[in-house]
Design a protein around this ligand. Structure first.
Ligand code: GLN
Length: 513
């Protein structure tokens, strides 16, 4: 029997209820699946439900409870994975027609770790095709809607897992963030979303978009759940050579930041919430013109909260941030054009069977399988990498990327954390920007610099604007300071009550039929 009171709870709350035998993992799974089936017709968070796996995973947790075994961190917690994270036995579409029919034979390391920790997979989340987009309208399937207002976009590219958490279909989601794809939908959907330091979480089994920028990270209701997820996911993976060995240091390799392990995550709740001794820099270039009034108000309020908690506040300028957007769109499209060359009609998914020769089979399969935005980016990236233009575009962009990283390093000589908005706007209307890719790209202005520099960034619920739409605040840390960043984020969350608010779909969980 479904118990809709379970919907909207945090991962830690659910695990505790299961551990205390107040509810079984199966009851939790059934309730979440039922709530999803009743409501997702309107929100399109999922591209596929994984009911059979969910029940199997839940039963395994219940067995552990019955035998008195110690329960892992995500025991019985319903989760959603973005559909570019591979789980064998179920399709991975990447939101693209070209991967129709593709069922991966292997599992992403991030999924492995979450399942090992007892998580229950409800389904695979919608996304912009190959994670290219900011509104999730570039999916080749039914477009997801924002659960706070169904006429608005949820943000992209990881719109599916964001909507799944914000609608109460899952307590935690995993997305990928190449230029903001976790932080932006988290901000538009009123939940926590974090892109960790590049290399903290293995990318094995995550379908590549732009490999030097892609990172997997969590969506959740609370900072504590976000920390628990990262504590579960991080670590060197022999299958991903860019994953960091000993990220938080060892005796041989000491570092200055706290270790983001389970003990840290579980101890967050006990932190006194004071930010004395923490220096916060307001990122000048990103709080200037072009912000919607409610975004400006939420940012200013957020900064005041940090000040009241004892943080020392100053202003900081990061050189070259003004050109981070074109730099990102050159590097990301260049890498994408190379990564996506593997979809040729031979190895995966869709193939044009009428083609007369090999070359026309390649081109017609790609023509039929890819959507407009993906084609646009493959062309842009191929152009930037072509001989004669390589030096002028790709090489130049890489040089500016390095300068940008150095400017951030200088900012972090003075400050522990930087603060700015996530997006200049709140969630916009569906269809409002689809004909104007440039305006769409401009919405990424505050998120892409963080990926270019490999830094951790978190989006926190920080207010509500017009029509009750959520506004996010972004906190940024230096590389591998993820635990420190989470401590500051947790203090902010404790001092405000934005994170305790749930979307209308969660609020109406009992009434909907
Ligand atoms: N909106 C950005 C893009 O379209 C970021 C996407 C992402 O982070 N995957 O490239």
């Amino acid at each position: 029997m479904a118990d809709f009171d379970l919907i909207g709870k945090t991962a830690s709350e659910i695990r505790k209820l299961i551990g205390d035998k107040q509810v079984s993992a199966r009851e939790v799974a059934v309730s979440y699946l039922e709530h999803t089936k009743r409501n997702d017709k309107e929100t399109n968070a999922f591209l596929c439900l994984t009911e059979e796996l969910a029940l199997k995973q839940a039963d395994a947790v219940d067995k552990k409870v019955a035998s008195g075994e110690e329960l892992p961190a995500f025991a019985g917690v319903p989760v959603c994975l973005k559909d570019n994270i591979c789980v064998p036995g179920y399709p991975t579409t990447c939101g693209s027609k070209i991967l129709e029919g593709f069922v991966p034979p292997y599992q992403a390391t991030a999924a492995d770790k979450l399942f090992e920790a007892g998580a229950v997979l409800i389904g695979k989340g919608n996304l912009d095709e190959f994670a290219m987009g900011s509104s999730n309208e570039n999916t080749a399937y039914a477009k997801p809607h924002n659960p706070w207002n169904l006429s608005k976009v949820p943000g992209g590219s990881s719109g599916g897992p964001a909507v799944a958490v914000a609608s109460g279909y899952s307590a935690v989601g995993l997305g990928s963030d190449t230029g903001g794809s976790i932080r932006l939908p988290a901000s538009f959907c009123g939940i926590v979303g974090m892109k960790p330091t590049y290399g903290l979480v293995s990318r094995y089994g995550l379908v590549a978009y732009a490999s030097s920028l892609d990172q997997i990270g969590p969506f959740s209701y609370s900072v504590e759940d976000c920390a628990l997820t990262l504590a579960t996911l991080f670590g060197k993976d022999p299958k991903d050579s860019t994953s960091i060995e000993d990220p938080f240091g060892s005796r041989m390799n000491p570092r200055k930041f706290p270790t983001l392990d389970l003990a840290f995550a579980q101890g967050l709740a006990k932190h006194d919430g004071s930010l004395k001794g923490i220096k916060v820099g307001i990122l000048k270039e990103l709080v200037g013109e072009g912000l919607e009034p409610e975004v400006r108000a939420a940012t200013e309020n957020g900064i005041n909260v940090l000040r009241q908690l004892g943080a020392e506040i100053g202003e900081v300028s990061v050189d070259h941030i003004d050109i981070a957007l074109p730099v990102y769109y050159i590097i990301a499209t260049a890498e994408a054009s190379a990564n996506l060359s593997r979809y040729d009609g031979v190895r995966y998914g869709v193939r044009n069977k009428d083609a007369k020769d090999l070359m026309s089979m390649y081109t017609s399969s790609r023509h039929d399988g890819f959507g407009d935005e993906v084609k646009r980016r493959i062309m842009l990236g191929t152009y930037a990498l072509s001989s004669g233009y390589y030096d002028a575009y790709y090489k130049k962009a890489q040089q500016v990327r390095r300068l940008l990283k150095e400017s951030f390093d200088r900012a972090f000589e003075k400050y522990d954390v930087l603060v700015c908005p996530v997006s200049p706007t709140v969630a916009f209307g569906m269809g409002e920007k689809t004909d104007d890719p440039l305006t769409m790209y401009l919405g990424d202005i505050a998120t892409v610099p963080i990926n270019l520099a490999g830094l951790p960034g978190i989006s926190l619920p920080a207010g509500f604007g017009r029509e009750g739409l959520p506004v996010g605040l972004q906190l940024i840390g230096q590389q591998l300071s993820d635990a420190q960043l989470l401590t500051v984020a947790h203090a902010f969350e404790k001092a405000t009550d934005f994170s305790s608010k749930r979307s209308p779909i969660v609020e109406a969980r009992h009434q909907r039929v």
